[in-house]
Design a protein around this ligand. Structure first.
Ligand SMILES: [Ca+2]
Ligand SMILES: [Ca+2]
Length: 499
C-alpha cells in the first residue's frame, strides 16, 4: 500500500471552543468543523500533561510523562530518558519521508534534520505590543493584569499606527523576541503574523511538491501559536465577537470549595493568580473581566481557524487530496475562569481535554466518544506511515505508551479499541513540592462516564460526566460512589505504576 503523506497541525493552548467540540456556543471555527465533518473527531481526547513543553515532549516521543519523569521545562535533549528517544518526526525522516516544518512543534528549539524549515524560532509568541524599548502588554489591558507582562498579561486587537491608543508609551509591534518589527496599519495593510507565515509555508511546500511531481511521501508539521497568549489578532476577528454579546461559560459560584488544587499547589500558581488579578483589574466585575479575556481568546481561535483552513484547502485542491492524512490537535486545553482558575495545567476537563481531528487516507467520518490521548499519536503514525525501526536511539530510551487509533478511525462507532478504558493525564508539582517521582505528582483520569483526580496529598475528586459535564459536584466522599472510586483508582495505578 502506498504510504500516505502527513500534515500534522498543533495549536497552542486551544481548548474545546470549536464548533464540533461544543465548548463555546459562539466559537467561529468553520474550517476546523469542516475538517471534522470529513474525518474523525475524538470528542474525549486528553493531553497527557496539560502544559506546553512536557506535553509536546510526550506526544512527540510517545512516552508517558510518568515514565520519562518529564513534568517541567528541561529541554528534551537534556533529559535522562527522552534524550535517548526519537520523535515521530525523526522516524518519518529515517523512513524516507521528506520532512518540512514551521512554528512551535517542539517547545524548545531542536536541531532536527528537517529537509525544509519555515521558522527560526519554535516558541515565538509574537507579535508583541512594543513601547519603543520593551515588549509590553497591550495598551488597553487594565492594571494590574497588564503587569503580568507581554505574554500572559496581554490581549486585544492589533492597533494601527498612531491612531488608536491613548497610551503614550505605546509605539507599535514587534514580530517576536528579536528586533524585527511587525508593521500594522490596518487589517488590510500589515505584515503577516507568524501563524500566517506557517500556513503560507505549507501552501508553498504543497505547490512545490506538485510542481516537482515527486514520489517521495512528505510529512509537514505546523505549530500554530494562537490561541496561546498574548491574545492578539487582526481587528476583524475581534469584531466577530462584540463584548456586549459575549456569553460566558456555564459557571457555578464557589465551585472550587470541594476541590483540592489549591491545597496541593502554591496559591501563587499562575491559574489562581491570573484569575484573581483579572477580576481585580475590572473592579471585581467577573462578567466584564472574563468577557474581555474571552473575546480575545475567541478572536484568536477564529484567526487560527482561518490559517488551518488555508492549509486544508491547499491539500484538498492538490493531487495529494486522497493520500494525505491531516491531523489537528492542541498540546492541552485552557481553563476560562471555572473553579476560579484562568490558565492551563489544572487537573480538570477544560485544561486536560484537547481537540483531536484526524482526516484523510482511508479514515472514515464520525465522532469517537472513547477517551484517547496524545500518547496515541506516535503509534498511529507508525501504523499509517508504515514506519520501521525502533522508537528509541538505544536501550535507555522510553517505551511507547499508546495504541494506534486505526480501529477507531476505520470504524468510529464500533471499532475495537485495544487501549485502556480511560485516558491518563499527569499534572506536575514541580513548583510546589520537591518530589520529582511520579508518585509525587497529581493524576487526572477520564473515562467515558467519569473523571477521577488524585492529588499529591492523596485527596481525590470524582465527577460523573453523564450528569455533571462541568465537573461541579465532587463525589469522591459520597458513600454511594466508593465502588467506582475503587475501580478508577486501580485503573490509574495500573497505567501509571503497572500495578
Ligand atoms: Ca501550550
Ligand atoms: Ca464544585
Amino acid at each position: 500500500m502506498e504510504r500516505p503523506n502527513v500534515v500534522f497541525m498543533v495549536c497552542d493552548d486551544l481548548n474545546d471552543y470549536i464548533g464540533v467540540f461544543g465548548g463555546h456556543p459562539q466559537a467561529r471555527t468553520p474550517h476546523m468543523d469542516a475538517l471534522a465533518e470529513n474525518g474523525v473527531a475524538f470528542l474525549n481526547a486528553q493531553s497527557n500533561i496539560p502544559v506546553c513543553s512536557p506535553s509536546r515532549n510526550s506526544f512527540l516521543t510517545g512516552v508517558y510523562p510518568h515514565d520519562s519523569e518529564d513534568f517541567a521545562w528541561t529541554p528534551r535533549t537534556e533529559q535522562k530518558m527522552l534524550q535517548h528517544n526519537k520523535t515521530f518526526i525523526d522516524l518519518f525522516k529515517e523512513n524516507g519521508y521528506y520532512i518540512a516544518g514551521s512554528g512551535k512543534i517542539y517547545h524548545t528549539h531542536e536541531t532536527e534534520p528537517w529537509d525544509d524549515w519555515g521558522a527560526k524560532l519554535t516558541h515565538n509568541y509574537g507579535p508583541f505590543a512594543f513601547d519603543g524599548e520593551d515588549r509590553v502588554a497591550h495598551p488597553d489591558v487594565p492594571l494590574p493584569y497588564r503587569e503580568i507582562g507581554p505574554i500572559d498579561g496581554s490581549y486585544g486587537p492589533f492597533l494601527g499606527g498612531d491612531s488608536s491608543s491613548t497610551n503614550e508609551a505605546y509605539i507599535g509591534w514587534m514580530q517576536g523576541w528579536d528586533e524585527e518589527a511587525f508593521r500594522y496599519v490596518s487589517d488590510d495593510d500589515r505584515d503577516l503574523t507568524n501563524d500566517e507565515k506557517h500556513a503560507e509555508f505549507a501552501i508553498q511546500k504543497i505547490e512545490a511538491f506538485e510542481a516537482q511531481a515527486i514520489d517521495q511521501p512528505f510529512f509537514i508539521g505546523l505549530g500554530f501559536v494562537r490561541p496561546h497568549t498574548p491574545l492578539h489578532a487582526p481587528e476583524k476577528y475581534f469584531n466577530m465577537f462584540p463584548l456586549d454579546e459575549i456569553e460566558l461559560d456555564k459557571w457555578q459560584q464557589d465551585d472550587d470549595f470541594d476541590t483540592w488544587y489549591a491545597d496541593n499547589f502554591n496559591p501563587d500558581m499562575k491559574g489562581l493568580r491570573y484569575y484573581r488579578t483579572l477580576l481585580a483589574s475590572y473592579d471585581g466585575d467577573r462578567e466584564m473581566a472574563l468577557k474581555s479575556f474571552l473575546q480575545a481568546y475567541l478572536a484568536c481561535i477564529a484567526f487560527v481557524d482561518d490559517q488551518i483552513g488555508k492549509v486544508v484547502d491547499a491539500i484538498r485542491s492538490s493531487r495529494y487530496a486522497d493520500n494525505t492524512i491531516i491531523i489537528l490537535t492542541s498540546d492541552h486545553g485552557w481553563q476560562m475562569g471555572e473553579k476560579s482558575y484562568l490558565f492551563k495545567n489544572s487537573a480538570w476537563e477544560e485544561s486536560c481535554r484537547v481537540p483531536l481531528i484526524i482526516s484523510g487516507a482511508g479514515t472514515q467520518t464520525g465522532k469517537v466518544a472513547q477517551p484517547v490521548s496524545l500518547i496515541d499519536l506516535f503509534p498511529t503514525l507508525v501504523d499509517y506511515g508504515q514506519l520501521k525501526g525502533p522508537n528509541t536511539i538505544n536501550d535507555q530510551g522510553g517505551e511507547l505508551g499508546g495504541y494506534s487509533l486505526r480501529p477507531l478511525l476505520e470504524d468510529p462507532d464500533n471499532g475495537q479499541w485495544p487501549g485502556p478504558a480511560g485516558a491518563l493525564s499527569i499534572i506536575g508539582n514541580y513548583a510546589s513540592v520537591q518530589d520529582s517521582t511520579p508518585a509525587g505528582q497529581n493524576f487526572s483520569y477520564r473515562t467515558i462516564d467519569w473523571r477521577y483526580i488524585r492529588y499529591h496529598d492523596k485527596r481525590e475528586e470524582l465527577y460523573d460526566h453523564r450528569v455533571d459535564p462541568y465537573e461541579w459536584n465532587n463525589l469522591a466522599s459520597d458513600t454511594l460512589h466508593q465502588d467506582i472510586l475503587t475501580q478508577l483508582r486501580a485503573e490509574v495505578d495500573a497505567l501509571a505504576f503497572g500495578e
